[in-house]
Design a protein around this ligand. Sequence first.
Ligand code: FEO
Ligand code: CA
Ligand code: CA
Ligand code: CA
Length: 585
Amino acid sequence: VAAALEPSKLIGFAGIPASTADAVTLPAGYRSSILMSWGDPVLPGAPEFDHQGGNSAADQALQFGDNTDGMSLFHFRKADGSLDMNRAMLAVNNEYTNGKYMLAEGEVKNAEDVAKLQAAHGVTIVEVRRTSGNAWEYVKDSAYNRRLHANSEFMLTGPAAGHDLMKTAADSSGTKVLGTINNCANGRTPWGTYLTCEENFNGYFGAPDEAAVPAAQGKYYGIKAAEERYRWWQHDARFDVSQTPNEPNRFGWVVEIDPFDTASTPMKRTALGRVKHENADVLVNKDGHVVVYMGDDERGEHIYKFVSKNKFVEGQDAVNRTLLEDGTLYVAQFNGDSDTHAGSGRWIELSFGKNGLTPENGFNSQAEVLIHTRQAAKQVEATTMDRPEWVSHNPHNGHVFCALTNNKNRGVKEDQPLNAANSRAENHYGQVIRWEAKDGDHTAETFVWDLYVIAGNPAVHQGTPYGGSAQVTVENMFNSPDGLGFDKAGRLWIQTDGNDSDEGDFAGMGNNQMLCGDPETGEIRRFLVGPVGCEVTGLTFSEDYKTMFVGIQHPTGAFPDYQDGGKPRSSIIMVTREDGGVIGA
Ligand code: FEO
Ligand code: CA
Ligand code: CA
Ligand code: CA
C-alpha cells in the first residue's frame, strides 16, 4: 500500500460522507432507482406484492425471492452474433428470509410458513430490457423468467455425485437433489453460465436431539439439534437429520445454471468442494485451464482454488460446460510477516492419497475428501482466515483480492491464533488480502501476498492497528468488507456487511455502504450508502458499464416503498449517471 496517496486517475467522483439516513445516498451527478424488490411478480399468474402479508407460499414461488445477494447480467446475442445492448437475463441469488416481515406471526408456526420461506430462497432469473437512456426494467411474465428454490430439481455432478454419503431414501442414485439454499454470492463463466454459491446451509437442518446429528456435520459444518431460526426441520422431514442424515451432504456446493434455458437442470459441481461458499471468481489461465477462486465464510475457515482438468476452448461451449466437473482443488497457506502484512503462500492439493488425505486419517476416496472439504483443509494445515467472503481478480493484471470480513474469535479461540495475514485479535473491522500468482500463472503452486487495505477507525483508534491502514481516513472509514468486484477499467468495488450502529468502535461509519478502490494507489472513496439496517451486497453492470446493479439486502426501515404500515423489502437498485457516463469514471 502506497504511503502517500496521489489522487486517483481511475476514480472520477468525489467521495461522500457517511450517513445514517433511511435512503440510498450517492455522489453528486449520480442517481438510483429500483429494478425489483422482494415479492415482485416474475412468473405468469404471480400476484403483486402485498404489504399486508397476504401472499401465500404458492404466490411467493412465482415472485422475486427475499434477500437479494450476488447477481450477474447476461446480454442476449443478436442474430449476427453481436451482443444486444438493450436486452439481457439477470440471474440473482435470494440468500435467506426475513421471517419477521414475511410471516404472519413473524416466525415459523406451521408447514405453510416453511413452504413460504422455502419458496423465497434460491435464485431468480428474469429478463431485463433497457427502457430509455441507461434505465432498465424487468419483464414480467417473460418466457425466460425462472425461479429456483428449496424444492426445485438439481443434479449432482463430479467425483462426489452418486457416493453413498449422497444417497437418501428419496434418492437412491445420490445424484438428484431438491433445492438450493442460502445462495450467497455468485460467479459467471466465460461460457455464459451463472454460478450460485450455497453458504450457510447448516441453519436449515435440525433434529429432536443432539445424538441424532452426524458427528462430522456438527463439528465441521455447525449443524445443531435444536435449530430455531428457520425451524424447517420441524415441519419438513427432509431437513430433520434424525430422519435424513445424508441430506446436508447435498448442500454446500457451487451450482452452475444456464440463465437462458428454463428447461435445463442446474448442476451442483462437487469438484469445487463442499464448504460455506461465498462466491466463485472464475478466470481462464494463460494456458487455458479454468481457475476458480473461492472463500469459505466462517471464522477460521479457508480460501480455495479449483483448477480444471481440461482447457477452455473459445466457442466450444458444449465442452466448456463440463469444465467444472473435473479438476483439482487446493487450499491456501499464507506465510509472512505480521508487521509488513506481506509474504508468500502456497496452494496445498486436496486430492485423495496426497498430503495425508488417506484412510488412516479418515479419507477413503476423492468423494469423501470433497464432501468433507473442511476436514481435509484442517488435515493439510491450511491457514485459518478472518471469514473469507468475496474473491475477485483484477482483469488488468490478474491480482486476486479477497475480503476477510471480520473475526471476533481471532486470537481468542485456541484454533485461531494470530497469523501474518490475520494479525489483529478480536478483529471486528476486517481487511482485504490480495495475492499474485507466481509468473502470473494461476495454476502455480506458489504466490506472493499483501493486504490491500486494513479497515479500522482512525478517529477512535489512531496509532494502533485498529485505526486501519494508511488509506483509511475519518472520511472513508468502514467495517466488514464483504462483496468485492472489479469493473472493466480496474476499479475495485467494495461492499460492506458490518456493524451499522454508528457508535463506539464504529462511530462515524454510518450505515452499510459501498466504496471504490484504486488498486494501484490504494486510494478508497465512499460511493454509496445504503438505507437503515441493510447490508449492501451483489454487483453487476450492463456491458457498457453505464448501469450498475446493486443489491440492498435486509433493510429494516421503510425502504424502498416508504409506505405507512408497509414492509421494508430487499431490492435491486440501478445506479446511473445524470450525464450518461461510465459508473465510477
Ligand atoms: Fe452470505 Fe458470507 O455472506
Ligand atoms: Ca456476503
Ligand atoms: Ca457478511
Ligand atoms: Ca447477507
